[in-house]
Design a protein around this ligand. Structure first.
Ligand SMILES: *[C@@H]1O[C@H](CO)[C@@H](O)[C@H](O)[C@H]1NC(C)=O
Ligand SMILES: *[C@@H]1O[C@H](CO)[C@@H](O)[C@H](O)[C@H]1NC(C)=O
Length: 430
């Protein structure tokens, strides 16, 4: 009887039910117009960034969604049909022709609306117009919908009320018959992580990102995910990492993904090492990764950063995100350890140095990395630093050297058993 109970407990997490639209086995990648252009968009801006993504090799690396954010429509619905109307000045060739061009380049296309009376910038929202809007979006052949939370008419405040508002669009999208990745932008209100997986493919868990490493800002008032206050905006990347860390247990290939918001790499507010932390943690925690900069005007080092195939391979591995094993005071900040298993038996380990001083030769114990898989501590592992590309072997511990505000990340591959001999440290066991 006891063992039967244990068995049931052990398999419970595997039966999480996801939205059944065939999408989102791994978190999506692409580009979104908001962080750089905000409302200043038109067909030239969208198409030139798609072109730049293709020419930079980013499409080939997996960045295959081009998402157009807020401000694409006229201020009023068509009085005759009730439909949302694309702004003809911003899209002189029509929105369908732009989407077709994007498809012809090999991308999928993402659209934006809000589960409110208006979008955040005051354009018509889809609340109580879900079916007519979903049908129009499907006619235009969209592949992704970012669905915001502005002007929701007070229809929030309990999980069930929010759930119903987002479920309405989920059902409307399903009715169109077109598979459309459904991305909630509900800012983490009403414990979205507890209810989104049956209606959506991803869900935002925080207020809007800001291009800063860890600057305090009262407009992002919460320091933790369970704060009952408003979610706000101007959230630094470490604010978002701290909120995401406990919530990724609700995500995975069979449920959906915590969205930590679009990237700021290339927008100029952070150092290179801070952008390394930004990119690494969005990958390791399996957030959707949408570039949010002007791709046609990107420095070579930022382009190289977002093109790291080893980090992208971790992000696109069909597995759950890494977990934070500890967070300890270090220098004038903290050091964080994340570890997670990958689908082929490899592991990924990341160490963030949140302090303003370098972290030098810190031992990261296997007994901390493999808390849930003790047997792994008995092996020698081949390790690869995914930024420096250095490879070596390790037993019992890794050695971390991390620049201020930087992140070191390794992929570990099991080499040989180490039950009676620790002399392999630093040597090739083969
Ligand atoms: C609609 O929902 C049904 C039932 O969950 C599912 O089998 C089907 O694939 C969905 N269709 C689309 C287009 O999402
Ligand atoms: C789109 O905006 C850009 C930059 O503001 C401008 O140069 C371009 O002419 C605009 N294109 C259209 C079609 O309005």
């Amino acid at each position: 009887m006891l063992s039967f109970t244990l068995l049931v407990l052990a398999i419970a997490p595997a039966v999480i039910r996801a939205l059944d639209n065939g999408l989102g086995q791994t978190p999506p990648m692409g580009w979104n117009s908001w962080n750089h252009y905000t409302c200043d968009i038109n067909e030239t801006v969208i198409l030139s960034n798609a072109k730049a993504m293709e020419e930079a090799g980013l499409l080939e690396l997996g960045y295959n969604y081009i998402v157009m954010d807020d401000c694409w429509s006229k201020r009023e619905r068509d009085p005759e049909t009730g439909e949302i109307v694309p702004d003809p000045e911003k899209f002189p060739h029509g929105i369908e022709s732009m989407i077709e061009e994007i498809h012809n380049m090999g991308f999928k296309f993402g659209m934006y609306s809000s589960a409110g009376k208006y979008t955040c910038a005051g354009y018509p929202g889809s609340l109580d117009h879900e079916e007519i809007d979903a049908k129009k979006f499907a006619d235009w052949k969209i592949d992704y919908l970012k669905y915001d939370n502005c002007f929701n008419q007070g229809r929030s405040g309990t999980p069930l009320i929010s759930y119903k508002r987002y479920e309405a669009m989920s059902e409307a999208l399903n009715k169109t018959g077109r598979p459309i990745f459904y991305a909630l932008c509900q800012w983490g209100e009403d414990q979205v992580w507890n209810w989104a997986s049956t209606v959506a493919n991803s869900w935002r868990i925080t207020g809007d990102i800001y291009d800063s490493f860890n600057r305090y800002d009262i407009r992002c008032p919460c320091e933790t995910y369970d704060c009952p206050s408003l979610q706000g905006y101007h959230c630094s990347i470490m604010n978002i990492v701290n909120k995401a860390a406990p919530l990724v247990q609700k995500t995975g290939p069979n449920s959906g993904w915590s969205d930590m918001d679009m990237l700021e790499i290339g927008n100029g507010g952070m150092t290179y090492d801070e952008y390394i932390t930004h990119f690494t943690m969005w990958a390791v925690l399996k957030s959707p990764i949408f570039l949010g900069n002007d791709v046609s005007n990107m420095t070579p080092d930022h382009l190289e950063l977002v093109s790291n195939p080893d980090v992208i391979a971790v992000h696109q591995d069909v597995s759950a995100p890494a977990n934070r094993m500890w967070k300890k005071p270090f220098g004038d900040g903290y050091v964080h350890l994340f570890s997670g298993s990958l689908s082929n038996g490899d592991w990924v380990v990341a160490v963030i140095n949140e302090a303003n001083v370098p972290l030098v030769e810190m031992s990261i114990l296997f007994s901390d990395i493999f808390i849930d898989n003790r047997d792994n501590t008995k092996f020698v592992w081949n390790i690869k630093d995914l930024w420096t590309k250095e490879t070596t072997t390790a037993a019992r511990h890794l050695t971390a050297d991390v620049a201020p505000h930087g992140t070191q990340v390794w992929r570990l591959q099991k080499a040989t058993h180490n039950s009676y001999n620790y002399y392999w440290v630093g040597h090739n066991p083969n």
